[in-house]
Design a protein around this ligand. Structure first.
Ligand code: MN
Ligand code: MN
Length: 463
């Protein structure tokens, strides 16, 4: 056997694909950017996935009375969690092939009593959501998205800051001239959580005798435009996210910078891959959950019974009835690609990675056997047998893949939804797109990796 066959070599996707495929990569990049521009929060992302699914012929599972081979259905959960399915030749009770991603991303949430004023400015109090490096969220344009439920139960939807005619929101930072004390702090301490207060108004109402003239100005405008009063913030979910569109990076446009690649790039690729599936042996499912960045708890997170109940509904629609044990058995016979981003090798910060076991931008979809912390703590640690199946599946379909772990040993750690469905007795491995600057307001992915990840997921759906 020649030396070449004995050693493993991970290629750059660009070196392997032909010109026609390069055109497909670039076209998918354009479509992905449009998807991201419509998907700034878990709610708007759910709406965008449903919009595209309907366009692709998917129907709401609540409107069907039976499920047959080739049917395409979707289900949503509280507007923040969405599932797409192509029904396979085999019954759902025999197990399904799932690609599971999350569509929540780190951000700043408004507190339930957010409006204050200070120094001639109305401001919002915020509470950060997920793994935010706080110093990254100051002095940049922010957009406000979400819903407000008014006293009469009516829902107001808010989206301000991404239309170029909209105002933006802005968290001030110290000028370098006066930053001597701040400069001595660690990055983690330099900007405190209670200091992430964006400006939301600077025009006073009334005259100097009046109190809270800046806050009142904002309340008056919100009331005129939306009918909202201050108490309505109590029953609101309002999120501040970076304003602005997804953009190409570099002269050659090989990469994309956007807010929320973690993990909407995996939601996008699992959706795009499923749209390419017309027929499959086992039912193919793209599962997009909420709340991963805060531990997957709650009714819209992966720990929720929602997905298991949906599997139960699908079995019921196929055979007329379904027990809890039927659902458990179906989950145990299923397989999951836990579709989440990998930490890409960063030439500006090479020491956190171990060169032989990190993912590289442009080397394709990434297999991650384990995540976790310390001695793989909290990790799913996929079975070699299942990794073997996935690797063969990718190889047979011509998918360019690489492997990775999250940084060098004892550098840090993290997790995904992988362990949750693995605990349901399912074969699971993390497989996703390498990302630079994960959790930053703008993250970077390679268009080649987006394309290869979709190819990989498609091959998995068809296995
Ligand atoms: Mn993630
Ligand atoms: Mn994350």
């Amino acid at each position: 056997m020649g030396n070449e066959k004995l050693t493993v070599k991970y290629d750059f996707v660009w070196d392997v694909i032909n010109d026609a495929q390069k055109a497909e990569v670039m076209a998918m990049g354009e479509d992905y950017k449009a998807f991201m521009d419509a998907s700034k929060t878990e709610r708007t992302c759910t709406d965008e996935i449903v919009r595209r699914a309907k366009e692709a012929g998917y129907v709401d599972i609540n409107t069907v009375t039976k499920l047959e081979k080739g049917d395409k259905v979707y289900s949503t959960n509280r507007g923040k969690n969405v599932v797409l399915a192509v029904i396979g030749e085999e019954p759902v009770a025999n197990g399904v092939n799932i690609v599971g991603s999350h569509i929540d991303s780190p951000r700043l949430d408004l507190k339930q009593n957010p409006l204050i004023e200070n120094g001639g400015m109305a401001m919002f109090k915020t509470h950060y959501y997920g793994g935010v490096r706080k110093y990254q969220w100051v002095a940049l344009p922010l957009a406000l998205y979400g819903v407000v439920i008014m006293a009469n139960g009516e829902k107001v939807e808010i989206a301000i800051g991404d239309d170029e005619n909209d105002p933006i929101f802005y968290i001030s930072d110290l000028l370098p001239h006066l930053a001597a004390d701040q400069n001595k702090k660690t990055l983690a301490e330099g900007v405190a959580g209670e200091d992430l207060n964006p400006i939301c108004g600077t025009l006073p109402v009334g005259d100097e005798k009046d109190a809270n003239r800046f806050k009142m100005s904002v309340l008056k405008m919100l009331n005129e435009k939306y009918g909202i009063v201050e108490e309505d913030f109590t029953s609101a979910e309002l999120e501040l996210v970076p304003a602005g569109k997804a953009r190409d990076v570099g002269f050659d446009r090989g990469s994309i910078a956007a807010y929320g690649h973690d993990d909407r790039v995996c939601a996008y690729t699992s959706m795009a891959a499923l749209f390419a599936v017309k027929e499959c042996k086992k039912t193919a499912i793209a599962l997009m959950v909420d709340k991963e960045e805060v531990g997957s708890n709650g009714s819209t997170g992966m720990h929720s019974k929602y997905f298991a109940n949906l599997i139960g509904t699908m079995i019921e629609l196929q055979k007329g009835s379904c027990s809890g044990f039927d659902v458990d058995k179906a989950l145990a016979k299923s397989a999951l690609l836990s579709s989440d981003v990998a930490a890409a090798y960063d030439p500006n910060h090479p020491t956190v990675a171990e060169a032989n076991n990190t993912s590289y931008l442009g080397k394709g979809v990434t297999l991650i056997k384990y995540t976790g912390r310390g001695g793989k703590g909290g990790s799913n640690d996929a079975n070699a047998e299942f990794i073997g199946e996935v690797r063969k599946c990718f190889k047979d379909a011509g998918v360019i893949w690489q492997t990775s772990e999250l940084g060098k040993v004892d550098q840090g750690g993290g997790g995904t939804i992988a362990y949750i469905l693995a605990n349901a007795d399912m074969d699971v491995i993390d497989v996703g797109v390498p990302v630079l600057s994960m959790h930053a307001p703008f993250e970077v992915v390679s268009k080649a990796d987006v394309y290869m990840t979709a190819k990989g997921y498609e091959a998995f759906y068809l296995r």
